[in-house]
Design a protein around this ligand. Structure first.
Ligand SMILES: *Cc1c(COP(=O)(O)O)cnc(C)c1O
Length: 436
């Protein structure tokens, strides 16, 4: 299958699309057509790995990676993605736990899959691939974990000094020699600008073979469809009903994966996006113009996005505001409500939720009783609460146990290099950090 830019007819095969990340015209890659499935197509597929292999096979058709698909999927899903029933009073609802991977957030699925693909695309004699990634928190950790210790690939992670949680900072810096952790004295936007500038710099491009692992890479989007496919199939087989999904969203990556899974024929009902106070998506659905804004800092910081880049894909696939409001709804959630939900989730349901997941539980609780009983709902839990313990622990008045994978990372010594903002200091840090 080929992948086509959202901005022109520019097409690439899977390997090229994965390695480029973004199309040469600045657009985002989309599959040239969406395969169509029925529930029966998954009759032989039970585990998340088996479902993922069936779902992703058409996208790998004709690619040099096609014979590796099952192995890539097995490497990606070295951890479970359970959905656990919630003890709600009316209707039926479950929490889809996407936080059992190495860095305790759903981004482990996309980052792990991309790493598994890129490693297999390396040929002997290839120059070392240098992956640059700017992060406001979770992406950098997941990418660092996925590429840690990989042969022939190195990663430079740029994050804004003092603006990520202590545990996130540790997750960004406790890795092997092929991961260079750069703590930038500036904002997330500065980090992003430095990555862009480096990738466009002639001199640096002669010295390094750059690639990017940010969330617009199709290699991160496609695998995210698989946990929606798996959980909806399991639900449908057990109940005969299509569950609706409530997805916490910032850049629309995880939510778009849910919409794609439904468009490919998976048994998914209504889709509702839960956002924080960055309201660009809900304002757009309400008829306002699509105007990128500065992001607002909220408790659900991994969703602080003022210009969700995946909207370009959503509009290309599903149309403009009128058409989109028939496809999904979006509901903004305030910080006050996030705090209230973290307390309520603990008190009423006995579960500890991160601030991002709390936006989804708010949207669920705000549904009227009919909508709750007319449909089953799966609420997406995007990260483990232990990553955001400074917010969660005071609210529930107890400590959050740290999952073993996260504890292992937190116990390693961190080695971040603090640098000034700007291309020159990035170039110097790369020369020094990757000297060998
Ligand atoms: C990245 C992230 C999100 C937002 O995901 P998008 O794909 O950008 O919408 C939500 N929650 C957590 C914990 C995240 O790390």
């Amino acid at each position: 299958m080929n992948f086509v830019s959202t901005r022109s007819d520019n097409a690439a095969d899977l390997a090229e699309a994965l390695q480029r990340g973004i199309a040469p015209d600045g657009g985002l890659y989309l599959p040239e057509h969406l395969p169509s499935f029925s529930v029966d197509d998954f009759d032989q597929a039970d585990t998340v790995q088996e479902v993922a292999t069936v779902l992703l096979r058409p996208f790998f058709a004709g690619s040099s990676l096609s014979s590796d698909l099952a192995a890539i999927v097995a490497e990606t899903y070295s951890f479970p993605v359970p959905h656990t029933l919630l003890p709600v009073e009316v209707g039926k609802a479950a929490l889809l736990e996407l936080f059992h991977g190495p860095t305790s957030a759903f981004k482990d699925v996309g980052a792990g899959f991309l790493a598994a693909c890129l490693c297999r695309l390396r040929r002997s004699g290839d120059r070392t691939l240098t992956i640059l990634v700017a992060t406001s928190g979770d992406t950098g950790g997941a990418v660092a974990a996925a590429f840690d210790g990989r042969e022939g690939i190195r990663v430079a992670v740029l994050f804004p000094e003092g603006r990520v949680s202590d545990r996130q900072a540790q997750q960004l810096s406790g890795w092997s020699d092929n991961v260079l952790s750069l703590s930038v004295r500036g904002s997330f936007d500065d980090c992003q600008a430095m990555v862009k500038a480096a990738m466009g710099d002639e001199d640096l491009r002669r010295r390094y073979r750059f690639s990017s692992a940010n969330s617009i890479n199709v290699g991160r989007l496609l695998p995210q469809c698989t946990y929606y496919a798996h959980s909806s199939l399991q639900w449908f087989r057990q109940t005969g009903r299509k569950p609706g999904y409530i997805v916490p969203t910032g850049n629309l990556g995880n939510a778009l994966a849910c919409l794609l899974a439904r468009a490919m024929g998976l048994p998914i009902g209504e889709v509702i996006l839960a956002t924080n106070e960055n309201r660009i998506i809900s304002d757009f659905l309400d008829g306002q113009e699509w105007l990128p804004r500065d992001s607002i800092a909220t408790l659900a910081s991994a969703m602080d996005v003022g210009n969700p880049s995946n909207m370009e894909r959503v509009r290309k696939l599903f149309g403009e505001a009128d058409a989109l409001s028939g496809q999904f709804h979006a509901s903004p959630v305030s910080d006050t409500e996030i705090e209230r939900q973290i307390r309520l989730n603990f008190r009423e349901w006995g579960i500890t939720t991160c601030p991002h997941t709390a936006t989804a539980t708010h949207v669920y609780r705000a549904l009227d009783a009919t909508r709750r009983t007319d449909s089953d709902w799966i609420l997406v839990a995007t990260a483990h609460a232990a990553k955001f313990e400074q917010i969660v622990e005071p609210l529930i008045e107890r400590s959050v146990p740290v999952p073993p994978a996260l504890a292992a990372i937190l116990s390693r010594p961190g080695r971040a290099v603090s640098i000034e903002s700007g291309l020159r200091s990035l170039a110097a840090a790369l020369a020094e950090g990757f000297a060998s």
